[in-house]
Design a protein around this ligand. Sequence first.
Ligand code: PEP
Ligand code: MN
Length: 346
Amino acid sequence: MSPIIIAGPCSIESRSQFTSVVESLATLPQISMIRCGVWKPRTMPGGFEGLGEEALLWIDELKKAHPNLKFCCEVANAHHVEAVLNHSIDAVWIGARTTGSPFAVQEITEALRGSNLPVLVKNSPIPDIHVWIGALERCRKVGLNHIAAIHRGFDIYNNLGYRNNPLWEIPMELHRLMPDLPLICDPSHICGRRDLIAQVSQTALDLHFDGLMVEVHPSPADALTDASQQITPDELSDMLSRLVVRSAETSGTDDDLRALRSHIDDIDRQLLTLLADRQKTSLNIAAIKQRDNMTIFQPKRWSEVLADRIAQAKELGLDPSYIKDLYEKIHAQSVKDQETLLSGGN
Ligand code: PEP
Ligand code: MN
């Protein structure tokens, strides 16, 4: 199936800017919906905060000229909802900063009750899947049935060169828990820079995402918001023509695939057996630490273990940061198990 493509400017800045971008996007057959910022949440006060209801009037005009185009914008409170319900808005999204506020989400969903408007819920910048699920559930609870999730990355200590770290495991877990919920990736806010957008969009499609929301501006460098991450309509068109949409179905009949998966299953059994052995050994060590009155956490030993495992990983062609993350998890669990044992199981 073709991916859902939502594209449009970060913010509506003027009638001519918006008309220009919409007229260009209207010529692209892949576009499912136009995104546009009417009210802009800004981290610092004093920046461009969107044009509000004036911009809604231009959306009405363009809807009249292009009745088949759909438009969506962000709503952050009941007043915004009231306003969009009086204009040609076909869907709304709850922005990342709003998703983390249960009172705001409740207010928005109550205001949307009975409207049947589709609602797209962005993840909160905090990498806690429950915050995202909570906002989606609040939509469901008031009877909004057309809901979808937008993954826009997470603001964590190490963003690895992205504006917001994708932490792909979180949207993948959301998909596992809510398999029928459409999942859209917002590569623009993940990347924060246009040169990475095509690559992140392809990753999203390879990870089974249902679509993309991309920021598009007629002259990105002059944009009043998010100038470094917007792309032109031509660049979007070029990117869409290059994206590879792969089959989501597994071919149950492919013998090579079956054999390789069975090999993976064997490897995982060995890994788990070794982890259980490691845990047992770690508990034996705990008994010695107790006998000799040593602290559970031994910083020098831990530094040596980590450096050695990273060196081995490099020799084996494994990504050192992956092995570092893995060993931090394994070590944290060892410390926790030893503590539980020494504190008598509490
Ligand atoms: C936006 O999409 O315009 C936006 C403000 O993004 P986010 O809520 O993801 O920061
Ligand atoms: Mn933006």
